[in-house]
Design a protein around this ligand. Sequence first.
Ligand code: NAD
Length: 291
Amino acid sequence: MSALLLDGHVFAGEILAKVKIDAKALRDSGRPAHLAALIVGHAGASEVYLRNQKKACAEADVDFELHQLAETVTEPEAITELGRLNADPKVTGIILHQPLPPHIDERRMREALDPAKDVESMTPANFGRLVMGQFTIAPSTASAALEMARRARPDMTGLECVIIGHSEIVGKPLALLLLQSARNSPTVTTCHIATRDLRLHTLRADLLFVAAGVPGLVKRDMVKPGATVIDIGINRVKGADGKTRTVGDVEPGVADVAAHLSPVPGGVGPITVAVLLRNSVQLAQRSNPTR
Ligand code: NAD
């Protein structure tokens, strides 16, 4: 079998086409969507994501501003900056980039973010709404991975689904999104670093999502023939030629057994940016008193 590669750029283009129409309507109303990105210290792993966000905002006519605080900033100072963005009427959405330096408590930062401007649905209030199924926007990477999988498997009812990774930004919200339907959800198993026998689980999976941040973690002999495999991992590795390139968490050989595989780069990544913009536009629409 040779897996069908799921092209994230195509799906992202479809999402962005609609975003552009909505962003233009907001601009015409005099209250454009305006995304503020807050980073503490170096962007690190977020650098590519940030660059792509900026580019996509420019293309979709969504205003974008970057607030990069020094690595040495104190937690109260970072919270004050967040409070300033919360209070700024022109800012309609805020994304808090991770990771934060160890001296800054990520949970306290998330609590300080205005839920009405929370484009990644990471505040306790919005995460709680996700648990209860009372949400309109969801964390962008988890949404992107699910939307990509749905293209390949529109009906997931009762499928065996395995997620590798249980972070609050990817694995946990993805499990919650997959379990939204009372009758048509797949059966979801979430694996993580303490899972005893990963292969035991992955071999059962009709749908396999991988978000561990470990290059080549999933090998060909760990995948059920005909499975849909969504590789969310983004890892920068140095090749034998000394050049650094981006790879996922899934070995390329998996394409020989899977029915569908999302490539890295060019898979979930572009869709994540498109969903982030869609979230930003939706929050701006909600905050726009003229609509
Ligand atoms: P994280 O470090 O917060 O979490 C990693 C998760 O993987 C944890 O649940 C951990 O228990 C699990 N894990 C680690 N090693 C494992 C192993 N050997 N076996 C089983 N489970 C293991 O990472 P994160 O923020 O969730 O990101 C995960 C990956 O997704 C990273 O590569 C990141 O760059 C990528 N990512 C991609 C996008 C995108 O747009 N495509 C967005 C965010 C993150």
